[in-house]
Ligand binder design. Structure first.
Ligand SMILES: [Zn+2]
Length: 165
């Protein structure tokens, strides 16, 4: 039974303090420039307690996070694969099993070329989170990797002969 929930409410002082340690990256990541621990996750203190920064922001901006040590307790997944990121839009609450399954090992096959999503993201200049979202919405690998992003008009690139406009 995981009845406990992590809930967060922030005072204006907390908000100012926390955001002073965040640098927004071109990828949209809110990168934590304060203390990091373990494999790169941000950590800070809130009301006298240590808290993992991306969990803090998810609980504040999205909603309560179930806590506990059971293997069924959901975990926060970074859709952007950037552990220092705490942009709630890049975070998703998923089961531990799903989190592990996603890992770094998800691959996409485009015309016989198999690469991990991070490799595709670097190569075609589409953010990791966008690729994941597109695939989850049922897009084909070809459309996922070739359809331009129209939000911020990124530079065009060639992907195996497909001109991105
Ligand atoms: Zn991010």
């Amino acid at each position: 039974m995981d009845a406990k929930l992590l809930t967060v409410s922030l005072s204006m002082n907390d908000i100012i303090r926390l955001f002073s340690k965040i640098v927004v990256q071109p990828s949209g990541c809110w990168e934590w420039k304060g203390h990091r621990f373990g494999r790169g996750y941000g950590r800070t203190s809130l009301n006298g307690k240590l808290i993992i920064v991306h969990r803090l922001f998810y609980a504040w901006a999205v909603g309560p996070i179930p806590t506990g040590c059971s293997k069924n307790t959901p975990n926060i997944d970074h859709l952007c694969r950037n552990r220092a990121c705490c942009n709630p839009v890049h975070l998703e609450l998923v089961s531990l099993k799903e989190n592990v399954r996603r890992g770094y090992h998800l691959t996409v096959n485009l015309n016989g070329v198999v690469k991990s999503i991070s490799e595709w993201a670097d190569e075609i200049n589409i953010p990791y989170a966008t690729i994941v979202k597109r695939l989850k919405s049922g897009w084909t690998p070809e459309r996922t990797l070739t359809e331009p992003i129209n939000i911020n008009k990124r530079r065009t690139k060639l992907v195996r002969g497909h001109q991105l406009i």
